[in-house]
Write a protein that binds this ligand. Structure first.
Ligand code: UDP
Length: 455
């Protein structure tokens, strides 16, 4: 650990699990490079400060009502948060800057916040603070999603069914059917496009973009970045393997009985199943996954978040005797210590929604995937997994017991699975090398630290 360098970084995560994790991992990395860290966060989905005793946490009000907090409409939540948080952030920064002039705690170097905050550039400007934007997506998605309003204007939709599997030249390797889902439902079109235009407008004047990916995974899109952005880009990911051990930033309590359960299983025998922190499924999809997993007769560890089965509290719709009938081969938890689960020798595959964090975490542990993406960047990440890196099997949205059974058997038992595992292990090694001294992510991190120190 380096000595504190008397400089303080202000980090402002977007309050979603998939954005909080990379921001807190970045905080940990910068702390290890000598910076003091202040995390400004909303009351909604507040990170647990007790998990990070070395950072200062400051909460701001976000104005979300109880109903808005429970909403499944993430775009609506983000719009409201962006509308409500500007003044509270300004006030908080005013107090911090006043305090930093008098107290020991370090001169404030810059603000780092998520690309999903669209009012922060003008706030940072008014305090003369350099602002860095954190991109928690694969960079291909970040560049591509900014094109969505333009593609819509150019009449991308509708397209004939016969073209559904065709690729989208402007957004490789997405297929037309994937992009149609990213473009949103009718009632979301206007707010989504307005939001994306704002993201582009407010990212361009920033001092730089910190990307939670690495050259090894994002070379093509990074080489295109100069066409859109004039500032430096720092692909420093995967963030969770820079400083070990990675600490938890879970909003939910991870079930610690997962590890002792995995300890009792054979090496690479368990299918880990998790659809992340936001996806919800219908009751019939839930039952298809349950029956598909049971039919494999293989072991599985399945995360079912309370409320993630629409209209149900948890897993009460499982047929009676389902768990008993598995003879100890299945375990269902509300939230898992995912990094530990993926790193466990017993975990042999990951049925995932392909959120970017989950995808990166799986690659870093050499765990092959079965892709079941639902929305947004998940659709692109899944294409990279199945079509480009060939480190997984794509379910193509078929949430049917036979499809799930067959994909799990192909991955866990058949020779095809062995080849997929060899490829993911090779990719794991490349990606892990990027954060070692001299590797691409490690060099970009050095550049980022030099830049921040130069302010
Ligand atoms: N995660 C976890 N326990 C779980 C499920 C997920 O700790 O039971 C973590 C996971 O390690 C990842 C994050 O939650 O870091 C989910 O982020 P991701 O980008 O994969 O998906 P999102 O939740 O944003 O859809």
């Amino acid at each position: 650990m380096e000595k504190r360098n008397k400089r303080r970084m202000i980090l402002f995560p977007l309050p979603l699990q998939g954005c909080i994790n990379p921001m807190l991992q970045l905080a940990k990395i910068l702390f290890s490079r000598g910076f003091s860290i202040t995390i400004i966060h909303t009351r909604f989905n507040a990170p647990k400060s007790s998990d990070h005793p070395l950072f200062t946490f400051l909460q701001i009000p976000d104005g979300l009502s109880e109903t808005q907090k429970q909403s499944r409409d993430v775009l609506l939540q983000l719009t409201l948060l962006n509308n409500n948080c500007e003044n509270p952030l300004r006030e908080c920064l005013t107090n911090l800057i006043k305090g930093s002039e008098t107290e020991e705690g370090g001169e404030i170097s810059c603000l780092i916040d998520d690309s999903g905050w669209v009012f922060t550039q003008s706030v940072a400007d008014s305090f003369n603070l350099p602002r860095f934007v954190l991109c928690a997506y694969k960079f291909t998605f970040f560049l591509g999603h900014l094109l969505v309003p333009q593609l819509r204007r150019e009449g991308f939709l509708p397209f004939p069914d016969s073209e559904a599997e065709d690729s989208v030249p402007a957004f490789q390797p997405l297929r037309k059917k994937d992009l149609a889902r990213i473009m949103g439902k009718k009632d979301q079109v206007e707010p989504l496009d307005a939001y994306l235009v704002k993201i582009l407008e407010t990212t361009k004047p920033a001092s730089g973009l910190i990307v939670m990916s690495c050259e090894e995974l994002d070379r093509d899109s990074l080489s295109e970045s100069h066409k859109v952005f004039a500032f430096p880009i720092y692909p420093i990911g995967p963030p969770h393997i820079h400083v070990v051990p990675a600490s938890s930033s879970s909003l939910f309590e991870p079930d610690q009985s997962c590890t002792p359960w995995l300890d009792k299983q054979e090496t690479r025998s368990v299918m880990y199943v998790s659809l992340g922190s936001i996806v919800t499924i219908t009751e019939s999809q839930f039952l298809e996954i349950a029956c598909g997993l049971r039919q494999t007769n293989l072991s599985f560890l399945w995360v079912v978040r309370p409320g993630s089965v629409q209209g149900r509290d948890w897993i009460e719709s499982l047929p009676s005797g389902f768990m008993e009938g598995l003879n100890g081969k299945g375990k269902i938890v509300k939230w898992a210590p995912q990094l530990d689960v993926l790193a466990h020798r017993a975990t042999g595959g990951f049925l995932t929604h392909n959120g970017w964090n989950s995808t990166l975490e799986s690659i870093c542990e050499g765990v092959p995937m079965i892709s079941l993406p639902f929305v947004w960047d998940q659709l692109l990440n899944a294409r990279f997994v199945s079509d480009v890196w060939r480190i997984g099997i794509h379910l193509e949205g078929r949430i049917e017991r036979r499809e799930i059974e067959s994909a799990v058997i192909r991955l866990m038992v058949e020779p095809e699975g062995k080849q997929i595992r060899e490829r993911v292990n090779a990719l794991r090694d490349e990606v892990r090398r990027s954060v070692q001294r001299g590797g691409s992510s490690s060099r970009y991190l050095d550049d980022l630290v030099d830049r921040i120190t130069s302010f």
